[in-house]
Design a protein around this ligand. Structure first.
Ligand code: NAD
Length: 256
């Protein structure tokens, strides 16, 4: 059980982050939900999880594109035994047309945020004598696709950062690993469908089957519950010697 542990999950009012937060709360952890927005429904979501799982669940607003706010998130959480760096965005465009602003935002949110939160969280974990850093990378942290330059670069960067974090904590009761999901049907993926339909002149069904799941041999999306379960495993005693590595949850994508 993760009872007595506090998990901070960045970008967790939707998709994988929310799925991970739910599984950690189910396992007994107190959870900090986060996103850049500060709406009533964000705080209501935290209250809902608290009620469902009987743990302390808070929502803390912080924009992961801003390093200071990343660090402030950990400070405001007060404690952080489990850090899940999950916030991420996507933009699909050929390199020569890729907007510089999108490049900068993706590098900041998908990669640099993990540096800042980890920098703030490690001293807290060291003081507590236990810690888990789990970075949600991607199959695109291990392999590439056209039109996703910033995303692929950021996710490869996250895998590299994960290895360094693991080496710097290797002799402490702290581990750092990256999870590399294949396609998961979340709002982020949903948003890519129209552009990809246009790019390849395909129907929605064809985009799902022949583009998205083309490289996912299982021909099934991974689920947010499966990703939450994988994070939970990395937080278990069985995973205490698993550090500095990646776990693919991709239906065989990276085996191709
Ligand atoms: P999503 O759009 O459903 O969720 C993204 C989350 O990040 C949301 O909670 C959003 O509010 C938050 N976010 C975005 N910008 C932010 C900012 N500036 N500050 C704070 N929070 C911010 O997407 P998702 O599919 O759940 O993606 C979650 C993570 O999983 C991302 O890092 C993504 O790259 C990764 N991933 C997703 C897939 C997939 O197929 N869905 C596959 C591999 C990796």
């Amino acid at each position: 059980s993760l009872s007595g542990k506090t998990a901070v999950v960045t970008g967790s009012n939707s998709g994988i982050g929310l799925g991970v937060a739910r599984e950690l709360a189910r396992a007994g952890a107190d959870v900090v939900l986060n996103s850049f927005s500060d709406r009533e429904e964000d705080h209501a979501l935290a209250a809902e999880l608290a009620k469902e799982f009987g743990t302390l669940v808070r929502y803390i607003q912080a924009d992961m594109s801003d390093g200071e706010q990343c660090r402030a998130l950990i400070e405001k959480a007060g404690t952080c035994d489990i850090l899940v760096n999950n916030a991420g965005i996507q933009h699909v465009s050929p390199i020569d047309q890729f907007p510089s602003g999108k490049w900068d935002a993706i590098i900041a949110i998908n990669m640099s945020s993990a540096f800042h939160t980890t920098a703030a969280a490690l001293p807290v974990m060291r003081a507590a004598g236990w810690g888990r850093v789990v970075n949600i990378a991607s199959a695109h942290g291990l392999t590439a696709s056209p039109y996703k330059s910033a995303y692929v670069a950021a996710k490869h960067g996250v895998v590299g950062l994960t290895k360094v974090t693991a080496l710097e904590t290797a002799q402490e009761p702290i581990t750092a690993n990256a999870i590399c999901p294949g396609y998961v049907l979340t709002p982020l993926v949903e948003a890519q469908i129209p552009d990809t339909m246009k790019e390849y002149d395909m129907s929605r069904e064809d985009v799902i089957k022949n583009v998205m799941l083309q490289r996912q041999p299982s021909k099934e999306f991974a689920t947010v519950e499966q990703l939450g379960g994988t994070v939970q495993f990395l937080c278990s005693d069985a995973a205490a010697q698993i550090t500095g590595t990646t776990i693919s949850v991709d239906g065989g994508w990276t085996a191709l």
